[in-house]
Design a protein around this ligand. Structure first.
Ligand SMILES: Nc1ncnc2c1ncn2[C@@H]1O[C@H](COP(=O)(O)OP(=O)(O)OP(=O)(O)O)[C@@H](O)[C@H]1O
Length: 582
């Protein structure tokens, strides 16, 4: 590992001692018994503190409460340097690395850090490069600097995630089991990195599961939880004497962490001595000034971000575009899928649009094309958005950018690749099937195909925002099928029961089909051809529209209907994002 003084050059040392303390902290969820039961403690800067305890003792709940991730049901006092911080200031000072590492899978280590620097600092590009270099150095990421995040090892992913947090130079860093999934050597290395970071007077706090004796030695302080109560808070050095004071002696050569966790377990028969220790610890910890939680006292009045709204938008757009281009399902799969399908359809329905005797087949082609555009575009997004959403959540909570900046950039960045794929799809299918060559009709048809691609994209993002990949991949196709059914091709409006008729107005396929019908056969089209020997009952556009139950419709009215559905979905997406970050 490199020495930390390289880091000092660009990431300023935390200037003064920082102390995180909490008093009378209680967290109750739905259970009658509190998960954290009126606990207090202090974490000091320059120290690496381990939170240990048996499974279910409340370790993650404590970190969630201290990070501000969980405010509902939390009561008590959280202070930094004996002061209550407002929510925004608190987020600047404190970072939280959860067990799940949220990274954009298709960005390399260097790119991930570069974008993180662009979003979190305002300095010159030379300084930004220096910060990236320093973080790569201090977290020993040189070896994988050009490796995409999806290919990194578990330890490298965790270090990269810590590196992102380091950019904003937090004074207090919280970690939930940073060694989970790592072997003993990698775990030791990981905790050594955390230890290294304490040299800058940072306050480092980590939940750690069953640390080996070697690993435990790296920690300065311990905070031991037992069933939501504090059993010990203090230096590792004083741990054993504290237990010995009530006659609980750690056997020689026994791992101290195992000894303590065993005592803290609810199945331990020596309850009276444990209660005595908890009681004593409570009175030691409780000498702190009373105050309110930051979330209760100082509700956020307006957020300030490290960079301007414009910079947030541009950086996020660049990053999302890069991620989209490198994303297999969003680029290759979507593009190739659309092209292959349009070639396939074009060959099957070759020149069908030139012959009025094939009018039913032509409408089948139109509906199949629309279905394909919608299914391919929406499914491609469902597969990728949930990963992105977890990165958005993490960065939003770290105060990197606004919901509006993310929302705008997401729509903008995905729009061009989506359009490109759908334009090719439309053009190949349109010309192979021999649809009319007038520019006006082609543009009218093409516009509807693009709008359907847009609808599919936003529908998929909304689903990805609300549901997991598993649920989304089931729900989206199964909700699209009824929309297709009510689109006017599979069953006519007048054949539907009265109760079902309103559903027709909610179907984007319906608006699209009718608009395409108008584009192809409206405007007094008279040149619908008829092959020799073909039975052409309908030779004019007007007759065809009558047969399709589309007479007296207006192209722009149908396009507007589709547009309204798209606008509503945009509003829903924005609301979903706001709810997600609450
Ligand atoms: N929202 C919730 N609703 C109900 N119970 C909850 C909730 N959150 C946590 N719990 C319960 O609170 C207890 C403490 O959970 P927590 O995740 O903090 O434990 P932990 O010490 O981190 O455990 P582990 O080491 O297994 O991760 C557990 O019994 C858990 O089931």
């Amino acid at each position: 590992m490199q020495s930390s003084n390289i880091l000092d050059v660009t990431i300023p040392l935390v200037s003064r001692e920082t102390q995180l303390s909490f008093n009378g902290l209680t967290y109750s969820a739905s259970r009658v018994k509190p998960i954290l039961d009126n606990i207090s403690g202090t974490f000091r800067s320059g120290m690496l503190t381990a939170i240990i305890g048996p499974s279910g003792a409340g370790k993650s709940s404590l970190l969630n409460a201290l990070s501000g991730l969980r405010a509902k049901g939390v009561h008590g006092t959280i202070l930094i340097n004996n002061e209550i911080q407002d929510q925004q200031q608190y987020r600047r000072l404190v970072t939280y690395n959860t067990q799940e590492v949220a990274l954009l899978p298709n960005l390399t280590v260097r790119e991930t850090l570069e974008y993180a620097v662009d979003l979190r600092t305002r300095s010159s590009s030379t300084k930004k490069q220096k910060v990236v270099q320093d973080i790569i150095g201090v977290l020993a990421l040189q070896k994988c600097i050009n490796t995409q995040a999806r290919l990194l090892s578990g330890g490298e992913r965790k270090r990269l995630s810590i590196g992102q947090d380091l950019i904003s130079n937090p004074k207090i860093m919280l970690f939930d089991e940073p060694t989970s999934g790592l072997d003993s050597e990698s775990s030791y290395q990981m905790v050594s990195y955390l230890k290294e970071l304490t040299k800058q007077d940072r306050c480092m706090i980590s939940v750690i599961h069953q640390p080996s004796s070697d690993l435990l030695e790296l920690f300065d302080d311990l905070y031991v939880l037992s069933d939501g109560k504090c059993m010990y808070s203090g230096s590792l050095h004083d741990l054993i004497p504290w237990f010995e004071s009530v006659g609980l002696v750690c056997p020689q050569y026994y791992n101290r962490a195992d000894f303590v966790v065993k005592l803290a377990s609810t199945s331990n028969p020596d309850k009276s001595k444990i209660y005595q220790l908890m009681y004593q610890m409570e009175s030691v910890n409780k000498n702190k000034p009373p105050a309110l939680l930051p979330s209760e006292q100082n509700r956020l009045k307006g957020r300030q971000y490290p960079t301007s709204a414009f910079n947030q938008f541009i950086t996020l757009t660049r990053r999302t575009t890069l991620g989209t281009v490198r994303n297999f399902s969003l680029s290759v799969l979507r593009f190739v899928g659309l092209i292959i399908f349009s070639l396939f359809m074009g060959l099957i329905y070759r020149d069908i649009g030139k012959d009025a005797s094939n009018i039913i087949s032509n409408t089948a082609f139109i509906n199949l094309s629309l279905a394909n555009v919608v299914f391919v575009n929406s499914v491609a997004v469902i597969l990728s958005f949930p990963t992105e959403a977890s990165v958005f959540l993490r960065e939003y909570r770290a105060n990197c950018y606004s919901v509006a900046a993310y929302y705008g950039s997401k729509l903008f960045a995905d729009f061009i690749p989506m359009m490109a794929g759908n334009c090719c799809f439309f053009a190949i299918g349109y010309f192979l099937t021999g649809q009319p060559t007038e520019l006006e009709r082609a543009v009218g048809y093409g516009l509807v195909v693009l709008l359907m691609g847009w609808f599919a994209q936003i529908y998929g993002i909304c689903s990805g925002c609300v549901f997991s990949i598993e649920i989304g991949t089931f729900l989206v196709p199964s909700s699209l099928l009824p929309m297709l059914l009510f689109g006017g091709f599979f069953i006519r409006f007048d054949e539907l029961s009265v109760a079902l008729k309103p559903l027709v107005y909610t179907s984007p396929f319906g608006y699209a089909f009718k608009a395409i019908g108008q584009a192809l056969y409206g405007n007094n089209r008279t040149d619908v051809g008829c092959s020799e020997g073909g039975e052409c009952f309908y030779s004019s556009g007007e007759d065809i529209l009558k047969m399709l139950d589309m007479e007296n419709l207006n192209y722009w009215n149908e396009v507007s209907g589709l547009g309204i559905i798209i606008v509503i979905l945009h509003v829903i997406l924005f609301i979903c994002l706001l709810i997600k970050v609450r």
